[in-house]
Design a protein around this ligand. Sequence first.
Ligand code: SAM
Length: 286
Amino acid sequence: MSEWFEEGLHLHGSGHGYAQRFQVTKEIYREKTEFQDLVIFETPTFGRVLALDGVIQTTEKDEFIYHEMMAHVPIIAHGNAKNVLIIGGGDGGVLREVLKHPLVSPTMVELDRSVVDLCIEYMPSLSDGAFENPRTELLITDGIKFVAEIDRQFDVIIVDSTDPIGPGEVLFTEAFYKDCKRCLGDNGILITQNGVPIFQPDEVTTTFRRLSPHFKDASFFVAPIPTYVGGYMTLGWATMNKTLRQHSTAILEERVVPLSLQTKYYNAAVHNAAFALPEYIKNLKI
Ligand code: SAM
């Protein structure tokens, strides 16, 4: 590896001629797994970084923003979540946050066991013991196959996928969303990672069009994650119950405070504010 890692996600893929690069102080591990090219490297600013197929997945320094928002927003909004399905998320960050809810039993469906094993070994703060928690059920299989075949209801489904290229592409299809809907009760909530709209505007529009036929309320909330470069990232939100994204900060506070979640980004006010979409993102819901 050169002493810099350049992420080309917005260089070639989306044709924007833009790249971010990290100084690499040490390459920790590299493997061509059964499904993707995996590399973990050390950087001066962001600690250890995981990349799959050349795309940044997570960093030790800023992972908390994304993982806290993916986990706590739907669980707190639901108000009585017990069964939570995570699809993807092999680094264990979403799982770690979901487990902060003592009544929740998470099921995690990850395609690539190598991501789980290598992140436990080389980036242990991400899962922080979550895979050993007796409440965790880990299944190694394709998420699209799992939701197509399973006859089980979940309160929340969190899709922590790679970008819609490679093995994660199927997790952005309408068929997948339709199967997720079948696995959710009336108050169930589906959350997806939806890219950074300044670079990937079509992802927002496409997801909105694919979710809308199946859910009464399809929308997005936002969080700024420095290494998902480009300002706000959109996180997809879909449910049959329109009231679930209209809770006041006071109601959210009543649910959040007793849990003592020990978060670094998420709180009730941030939860509420995350649903306020800037015009350039709102205008992509067409
Ligand atoms: N937070 C990251 C992001 O926004 O880019 C995603 C991180 S997580 C490491 C992504 C995981 O999705 C990877 O571990 C990958 O193996 C998994 N994945 C990709 N396609 C999948 C599929 N079809 N079913 C289940 N997991 C999948």
